[in-house]
Design a binder for this molecule. Structure first.
Ligand SMILES: [Zn+2]
Length: 222
């Protein structure tokens, strides 16, 4: 018998005695568990592509079981996972991924955090969070930079609008110049105003520059 003939013979034999063969294999596996496992591990190492395919197929077929098993495993090793996640979140890769995710799901995330903040658990956690000394320091620092940013942005807008009162031509001090919304209903607080929206308003002429005197006069008259 040459090689091809032998293979054909084997194939036929297997297809005819499939159940018997399977039983045989199962028995063999039960008796030689360690060796079999080792061999399997070795094979998986040597054929990474096939391994991926097989794992994927298995996961698709046994989705529920996999999820359940993962959940059980997670609950058993909670602390370990938390620690691992903390370490992972500090890596560059994680930061990049998170940034991408945030860009894509911005609206949903805002909604979710709003809901969480309003829940009992969220309220308590936030209370605890704002009492932490490192957080207090962080906020102090941040508010300083935030203030500077706001100032810079204000100057930028004023320059865009010609840096003088559009009624009387006053141009001595930037802090005495206000943004006046021609349409009252479109006014938002300057803090809430996003940069893009505000620049759009400036370009379309919905916002003009007035000195504080002219601004008061304007509102007194209307
Ligand atoms: Zn003026």
């Amino acid at each position: 018998m040459d090689k091809i003939q032998k293979r054909q013979y084997n194939k036929q034999y297997y297809s005819e005695n499939r159940k018997k063969e399977l039983q045989k294999r199962r028995e063999y596996y039960q008796n030689h568990k360690k060796e079999a496992l080792e061999r399997q591990r070795e094979w998986r190492k040597q054929n990474p592509e096939r391994k991926k395919q097989i794992d994927k197929r298995y996961r698709e077929k046994h989705k529920k079981e996999c999820v359940e098993r993962n959940r059980k495993y997670f609950l058993l090793h909670k602390d370990k996972f938390r620690e691992y996640q903390k370490r992972y979140n500090k890596t560059e890769k994680a930061k990049k991924r998170f940034k991408k995710y945030r860009k894509k799901h911005r609206k949903e995330m805002i909604k979710r955090t709003k809901k969480w903040r309003e829940s009992e658990r969220g309220k308590q956690k936030l209370k605890e969070y704002y009492k932490r000394p490192d957080v207090i320091e962080k906020i102090k620092k941040n508010s300083k930079t935030q203030h500077e940013k706001g100032k810079k942005r204000r100057i930028e807008y004023i320059m865009m609008l010609g840096s003088k009162c559009s009624k009387c031509g006053y141009d001595k001090c930037f802090s005495a110049l206000d943004f006046h919304h021609i349409d009252k209903t479109e006014k938002e607080s300057t803090v809430e105003c996003r940069k893009k929206d505000f620049i759009k308003k400036i370009k379309s002429g919905k916002v003009i520059l007035l000195c504080s005197n002219c601004h008061r006069e304007e509102h007194w008259e209307n």
